[in-house]
Ligand binder design. Structure first.
Ligand code: NAD
Ligand code: DAU
Length: 354
């Protein structure tokens, strides 16, 4: 353990998709910080995502649930956190439609539990920061034109986005009511290594590999704005260090794709990588029943973070997608383990059954 870290940061949800990239970046780029990764290791969290940094002296993993108040109170009594980067959440829209309650518990109640611990612990708010990682889905659905700015009114339409909107409101309420130092960023769709193969891109890669149907909801005309996950992690580092307290930053790729066009592009890459005849993967595309309340289009206006903090994505979509496909092809065993549930025994081997 780092004997006298310059900062002690709590990162929640660090074993998940985006969280693992944020943890890695913070551990490697800030060796003078102590990074505590708190994660419950739900089906979406996996310590294999952090194997390359798990032995670093400035990194500690703790298993725990943000819905457990007494666990959090004990944690905050043991560590003096300078900042919290809060990513832990239930994140899959389709799961929220089937079972909204877990989304309320983790995304709303869990966030309030963390806010309360920070409020109690941070007597001098000036030196601290609670950074809430949120989503563009809180703004609702766009038509053919326009994009979400930080001033776009909230209009969440799925249980997932309603739970994230609720937690954003609570974070802002703690800023206005108690003076808690907070910042929020709302990001568009991420893609890249370590994403659980239930989301569109890794699910499609998985199914193409196994010559299984690629389910496209409705007519595939819904539009998402895709950002490579490492570019999001870089933006998070920047907002954490330079973001203005009480402010919101939209983060997005300026990279809109209709689902069906994106999947056709991916199919072409997969055919080449797998040495299959052109058109083989596209032949797996299957139009299925639409998602309930399916938002038509998301697009981010990232002018504020670009202008104020100088952030821009480092990856083009072609580069990011190529890197993503290469990662999934190299890590097919990861994909099989996380979808089979074997990662649970991986955890138990490493850390015991606690
Ligand atoms: P993910 O589903 O891959 O990972 C979530 C992590 O949180 C997992 O490691 C899980 O074990 C952990 N977790 C879940 N419930 C917990 C609980 N009760 N206590 C402690 N840990 C818990 O998620 P992701 O896609 O990496 O998203 C991370 C954050 O970024 C979320 O807050 C999400 O809303 C937000 N976000 C995601 C995207 C995206 O495209 N994936 C875009 C914008 C914002
Ligand atoms: O916009 C940010 C959000 O992006 C994050 O806040 C969420 O956590 C993240 O899950 C993601 O939400 P989406 O619903 O946009 O992502 P998903 O990968 O589930 O779906 C992307 C698009 O593809 C969406 O229009 C639904 C469609 N889709 C999805 C799946 C899983 C399909 O057509 N078929 C599928 O099998």
């Amino acid at each position: 353990m780092n004997p006298s870290p310059h900062k002690t940061l709590l990162i929640t949800g660090g074993a998940g998709f985006i969280g693992s990239h944020v943890v890695r970046k913070m551990v490697l780029d800030h060796p003078d910080y102590l990074i505590i990764n708190l994660d419950q290791l739900t089906y979406a969290g996996n310590l294999e995502n952090l194997k390359d940094v798990e032995d670093r002296p400035n990194y500690t993993f703790l298993r725990g649930n943000i819905t457990n108040e007494s666990f959090l109170e004990d944690l905050f009594s043991r560590y003096s956190f300078d900042g919290v980067i809060h990513l832990a959440a239930e994140t899959h829209v389709d799961r929220s439609i089937t079972d909204p309650k877990e989304f309320i518990r983790t995304n709303i109640v869990g966030t309030v539990n963390l806010l309360n611990c920070c409020r109690t612990a941070w007597q001098d708010p000036a030196d601290h920061l609670f950074y809430h990682i949120s989503t563009d889905e809180v703004y609702g659905s766009l038509g053919e034109e326009g994009s979400f700015t930080e001033e776009t009114p909230y209009d969440p339409r799925s249980p997932y986005s309603a739970s994230k909107a609720s937690s954003d409101h609570l974070v802002r309420a703690y800023f206005h009511t108690y003076g808690l130092p907070v910042v929020i960023s709302n990001c568009s769709n991420n893609y890249g290594p370590n994403q659980f193969p239930e989301k569109l891109i890794p699910l499609s890669i998985h199914n193409i590999l196994h010559m299984q149907p690629i389910p496209i909801y409705g007519k595939g005309e819904n539009v998402r704005d895709w950002l490579y996950v490492e570019d999001h992690a870089a933006a998070i580092d920047l907002v954490f260090h330079r973001g203005v307290r009480g402010r919101t930053y939209n983060i997005g790729g300026m990279n809109e794709w209709k689902n069906v066009d994106l999947i056709r592009l991916l199919c072409g890459i997969m055919d080449r990588e797998l040495d299959r005849d052109p058109g083989t993967s596209a032949g797996l595309i299957t139009f299925v029943k639409d998602r309930a309340g399916h938002d038509l289009r998301y697009a981010i206006n990232a002018t504020r973070i670009r202008g104020e903090l100088g952030w821009k994505p480092a990856h083009t979509f072609e580069q990011g997608l190529q890197k993503t496909v290469a990662w999934y092809l190299t890590n097919q065993d990861w994909m099989e383990r996380v979808t089979s549930g074997a990662y649970k025994s991986y955890y138990e081997q490493q850390y015991g059954n606690r």
